[in-house]
Design a protein around this ligand. Structure first.
Ligand code: MLC
Ligand code: AMP
Length: 468
């Protein structure tokens, strides 16, 4: 079944119910359906056909939802780009995905212009037959080789994921769902948007999470369901006891994922809000894999148990996965796809242990991936940019623990001439997403290396700590 048939449970059967709140306006599921039908017709009119890619470089907004639905209604492959990415990062994705067009605010395909133009078009859904193995999206992950790879996610991947978590977390049309996460990543796209349209609940979409406005948003909307990353939960610990208690009153379920949730945050959150955060584990390539149980024990520091239909095993410390949620491969990259699988099992790169009663605990990564505020950073990408700068001889970028962001990147540089750190930092700011800009630049005489020449990042000196 294609996703649009699946979403008809809400788009058609609940067409008169309010489905979305965006910027203070309410939209029924019927309106969401017709907006995207019209936009689908516009995409076809502008020459896109099934299998073409459409890159979308937008922060959260209703047009992002319209565009996703228009894509799945026409077979066009949706390629979201992190809005924090800068030219260098965007150029790579566009060269790799070869889209027919790029939607960006103020660009040739501006989202508001598209909506305006589509308003005059036929509101009925265009005909399109797709099977479940058709790609619905290509989502770029930070690449271990310095450039990002496009993970192909099929209609079946998204459907399996949504049905699983709607069932496991008992999400129903009675829920009120507050979504602050960016739709350009799978946490909000694969879980948030798909669960919302599967369950047919009311969703208030925020442009982004702003900690100064969080309490007001909760008290006004009175959600029952909330998805966040650990940085958001750390921010929520700053809210006064009485307000936090009120915010927790109508809530049914707080979910955390995308980075480790420190056990003390779970504990402090429980005493402040009266809720035990449910932690789960997912990846761009696999959508959701594991979750703490909704009904059973939510064990701090663990990511719970494999979801129904997901097989997990630990091979030399690493989590291997199989299931209907696992992607078929990387876009136009058979070598990377082959390297990612072993006998049909996806090699996650995550190191874990499993308790006798089946709870998995993630303990680290095979690669030196840094996760900052729930955004992934591969040091290699920053190292390559730094090596292009005058005076930089050798470089290593490593994670430094951070109370709010979990981890932040720090650059260690061996000079081969005169170094202008201010200028280097400026280059990073202009060419990298802000979360990738090293928090500190430390000059060292030499990088600690193994006999084989591999940098031993754990032996790098700790920089003086700065506030986040
Ligand atoms: C942050 N910024 C955004 C943004 N999030 N801009 C637009 N849209 C967003 N969603 C910008 C800010 O404007 C600012 O820009 C800079 O980033 C730093 O923001 P901050 O104010 O310091 O951030 P903070 O209040 O600490 O909160 C950050 C955050 C954000 C937690 C809200 O990091 C976030 O939304 N993270 C979620 C990432 C996510 O969804 N990951 C899922 C990956 S999928 P400037 O220019 O002023 O610096 C995955 C698989 C899975 O991992 O599901 O498990
Ligand atoms: P991404 O490539 O953005 O999809 O990020 C996926 C990675 O995020 C996983 O491989 C994990 O390393 C990490 N991750 C996701 N959820 C959790 C979690 N609950 N705890 C720790 N790490 C997580």
């Amino acid at each position: 079944m294609a996703l649009s048939d699946h979403f008809d449970l809400s788009l058609l059967l609940r067409k008169d119910e309010v489905g979305l709140e965006w910027l203070g306006r309410e939209y029924t599921f019927g309106e969401i359906d017709t907006r995207s039908n019209r936009l689908a017709r516009l995409l076809l009119q502008r020459g896109l056909t099934s299998g073409d890619r459409l890159c979308v470089y937008l922060a959260n907004r209703i047009e992002m939802i319209d565009l996703y639905l228009a894509c799945i209604k026409t077979g066009v492959i949706f390629v979201p780009i992190n809005i924090l990415y800068r030219e260098r990062e965007i150029t790579h994705i566009i060269a790799d995905a070869e889209p027919k067009a790029l939607v960006a605010t103020g660009g040739a395909w501006d989202p508001e212009d598209l909506t305006r133009e589509s308003e005059g078009l036929d509101a009925s859904r265009p005909h399109c037959t797709l099977d479940g193995d058709s790609p619905a999206a290509i989502v770029y992950t930070s690449g271990t080789t310095g450039v990002s790879k496009g993970a192909i996610l099929t209609h079946n991947n998204f459907a399996a994921n949504a049905i699983n978590i709607v069932t496991c977390w008992q999400i129903t049309s009675a829920d009120r769902f507050l979504l602050p996460l960016p739709l350009f990543h799978v946490h909000a796209l694969g879980n948030g948007l798909h669960c919302w349209l599967t369950a047919g609940c009311r969703m208030r979409l925020l442009e982004r999470f702003e900690h100064q406005r969080a309490a007001a948003e909760f008290l006004d909307f009175q959600p029952t369901l909330f998805f966040g990353v650990p940085t958001i939960y750390v921010r929520l610990l700053d809210i006064a006891q009485e307000t936090a208690k009120q915010m927790g009153e109508k809530m049914r379920l707080f979910v955390s994922g995308s980075a480790p949730l420190p056990a003390h945050v779970l504990e402090e959150f429980r005493s402040l809000y009266g809720h035990v955060i449910l932690e789960r584990y997912g990846m761009t390539e696999t959508l959701m894999n594991m979750s703490n149980p909704y009904a059973g024990e939510r064990r701090a520091g663990t990511v719970g148990l494999p979801l129904p239909g997901v097989s997990a095993r630990i091979e030399a410390g690493e989590v291997y996965l199989k299931g209907p949620n696992v992607f078929p491969g990387y876009w136009r990259n058979p070598a990377a796809t082959e390297a990612a699988f072993s006998d049909g099992w996806f090699k996650t790169g995550d190191i874990a242990t499993c308790s006798p009663d089946g709870y998995f605990t993630l303990q680290g990564r095979r690669s030196d991936l840094i996760i900052s505020g729930g955004f992934n950073i591969y040091p290699r990408e920053i190292e390559e940019l730094l090596l292009e700068q005058p005076g930089v001889g050798e470089v290593a970028v490593a994670a430094q623990p951070d109370r709010l962001k979990g981890e932040v990147p720090v650059a260690y540089i061996v000079a081969k001439g005169r170094l202008n750190i201010e200028q280097i930092e400026q280059v990073c700011r202009s060419q990298l997403a802000s979360f990738k800009v090293p928090r500190a630049f430390v000059t060292v005489d030499a990088l600690p290396r193994t006999a084989l020449g591999k940098v031993q990042k754990h032996l790098l000196p700790k920089p003086a700590t700065k506030r986040s």
